[in-house]
Design a protein around this ligand. Structure first.
Ligand code: ATP
Ligand code: MG
Length: 450
């Protein structure tokens, strides 16, 4: 065992028993995004390093310490996607989607890679659901993406997640704020962590994001951006708050939220889970009106968010949300003998072509281990086929939940099996639903006696 290769630090194996959870949340986010009119976009898992340096900013955590950069032959340098927005903007520009009328609304599900210290809720490879909207200044757009994130969280069964919003202004109001921050932190420079000492000069807003308790303590008394917003930024922020209130979306204004990437302007927001400890930010996003032009396009206002699926699933687990079980097997055919195995394989194939899930023996096992296997895969029906069945041309379909056995002619196997499955479906949940609907349609009259 000791010389076996282990998975890299900060990565996860998602085993078959867990994969159904992932499917559940991936389906949920796709469905919500598409209902809001976002279309899927897929971009490469790696891009030219310069793209991330230009978008995230040379002083951001992502660029200074978290990028997985590989150089290939020649002098080009590539980086594994640390976040989704930069690649999407690049692709939209390169493929002319910005000329196809506004708003443009896209979403993605993408693996991201950051060289971070692994801990609960913080991985080196993780998956983000993200959305991006281009071409609108309206605070209704900011509210719409917040509403989408909130819809996703609600549909995933989460109540203990709070929305925190802030405005970090435009480059104009931010310049004044930066100066104010610098003067505030300067007398404390000796107490700050080494990273923050550097940040003080280059990007003092980043100090508000530091996780060191000492820096946090000092930052508690720092001036607030909300007092430095220009009229335009203030009006935008006030309008957003009003719209969210109208929508009934609860929020807290948190002037300490600055977000980790340099390209944000005006609105920033985070959804924070109370259930998963210190890495509680499930979703983060905001507006980045300067990014498209920074990456070589026109001046196009834009906004979006990224939602970490690992943290989403962790929060759901902590909240005791039940996940749908993975699809189980509809029919297990247990052959006994070589002739029967041939026949079973053909029958299983026909059953699958009809749209059901079917398995048969591939190991050459006796009947007992086969029945144990059928139990393990939770087969709804089991059919044993041996010499007897082959010679009389008839087998029994056993309903594993009730123990009931129904004879079927091998020649009419599909019809027999389909009928049983349809009965199952109509006797089950679907039948109940239809029953309720029909009852609802009928006038509520007393039935005559007899
Ligand atoms: P944090 O403050 O937790 O480092 P961030 O500001 O770096 O987050 P974003 O770049 O906004 O995060 O990414 C959006 C979302 O992606 C986060 O809210 C989180 O859910 C998820 N995320 C970010 N980094 C990681 C990571 N290393 N592992 C797992 N999920 C992550
Ligand atoms: Mg981070």
């Amino acid at each position: 065992m000791s010389n076996q290769i282990k998975r890299p630090k900060g990565t996860q194996d998602i085993l078959p028993s867990e994969a159904a959870k992932w499917r559940t949340v991936e389906d949920a986010v796709r469905e919500a995004a598409e209902q809001f009119g976002f279309r899927e976009i897929r971009t490469p898992d790696f891009e030219e390093t310069g793209l991330y340096v230009r978008s995230a900013g040379a002083t951001s955590d992502v660029v200074t310490k978290e990028m997985y950069t590989v150089s290939s032959t020649g002098d080009s340098s590539f980086t594994l996607r640390p976040e989704g927005t930069a690649g999407v903007v690049r692709a939209m520009l390169e493929n002319g989607l910005m000329n196809e009328g506004f708003p443009q609304k896209v979403y993605y599900l993408a693996q991201c890679y950051r060289h971070e210290k692994p801990q609960a809720g913080r991985y080196r490879e993780f998956k983000q659901f993200g959305v991006e909207m281009f071409g609108t200044q309206s605070p209704y757009a900011d509210a719409e993406i917040i509403l989408l994130a909130s819809t996703v969280l609600e549909r995933c069964g989460l109540e203990n997640v709070t929305l925190h919003i802030n405005s970090i202004g435009c480059p104009e109001c931010r310049a004044k704020y930066r100066e104010a921050l610098r003067s505030f932190f300067l007398p404390h420079v000796e107490e700050l962590c080494p990273t923050c000492r550097e940040r003080l000069d280059k990007n003092p807003m980043r100090l508000l994001d530091c996780k060191s308790p000492i820096c946090k303590g000092i930052a508690a008394g720092a001036p607030l951006i909300t007092n430095y917003l220009c009229d335009g930024c203030r009006e935008h922020f006030d309008a957003l708050k009003e719209i969210l209130t109208e929508y009934g979306v609860e929020f807290t204004v948190d002037p300490k939220i600055v977000r980790g990437l340099d390209y944000y302007t005006k609105t920033v927001f985070e959804f924070i889970s109370q259930d998963i400890g210190s890495q509680g930010t499930v979703c983060g996003g905001g507006r980045y009106d300067g990014l498209v032009s920074e990456l070589g396009g026109q001046q196009v206002p834009a906004l979006g968010f990224g939602l970490g699926l690992e943290r989403l699933i962790m929060t759901m687990e902590a909240a005791g949300v039940e996940f749908e079980p993975a699809k189980t097997c509809d029919l297990y055919i247990a052959p006994m003998g070589a002739e029967a195995q041939k026949k079973s394989a053909l029958l299983a194939d026909a059953v699958r072509r009809a749209g059901y899930a079917a398995e048969t023996d591939l190991v050459g096992r006796g009947i007992k281990p086969q029945m144990r296997y059928a139990d393990k895969i939770k087969a709804k029906f089991v059919c044993v086929i041996g010499d007897n069945e082959l010679s009389c041309g008839e087998a029994k379909l056993k309903n594993m939940a009730t123990g009931e056995e129904t004879p079927v002619k091998l020649e009419e196997f599909m019809t027999g099996f389909s009928n049983l499955m349809l009965n199952e479906i109509f006797d089950g949940e679907l039948g109940e639903t239809i029953g309720r609907l029909v009852e609802g349609l009928e006038p509520a009259e007393e039935q005559p006696e007899g």
